[in-house]
Write a protein that binds this ligand. Structure first.
Ligand code: SF4
Length: 117
């Protein structure tokens, strides 16, 4: 079996651009947008591209894979439809990659544990 190599910087950048385009379309329909915190967005998208290069799927960069397919499919980005009630209460997703369209300052948003929703 071949060795897994890290993608080049240009490959990562190209894939980030593609994911941005794709995700923007999907989350817009759900009432969300990318966080205005560009540095955070860039970091999280880079992590997703590296995860995708390793696993074949852009899993969430801030949640732990369980190895159970049905559970892990619920943390493929953007996972908003699976955790809608929770995210709508916080006006952001867990990682903070996406926020409600009316959010201007994501730093002011509260992160609530799942059992508080
Ligand atoms: S928590 Fe955010 S970044 Fe993570 S998978 Fe869900 S939508 Fe994507």
């Amino acid at each position: 079996m071949g060795e897994i190599t890290s993608p080049s910087k240009s490959t990562v950048e190209a894939r980030k651009k593609a994911l941005r385009y794709l995700f923007e379309y999907v989350v817009d329909l759900l009432g969300y947008k990318f966080s205005p915190d560009e540095e955070e967005v860039d970091f999280l998208l880079t992590q997703e591209v590296l995860i995708e290069a390793r696993t074949g799927v852009p899993f969430c960069p801030c949640q732990v894979l369980t190895g159970v397919r049905e559970l892990d499919m619920k943390i493929v980005c953007p996972c908003i439809p699976f955790h809608r009630e929770h995210f709508d209460r916080m006006k952001r997703c867990w990682c903070g990659l996406f926020v409600h369209k009316d959010v201007i300052d994501p730093a002011r948003l509260e992160v609530l544990p799942p059992d508080e929703v």
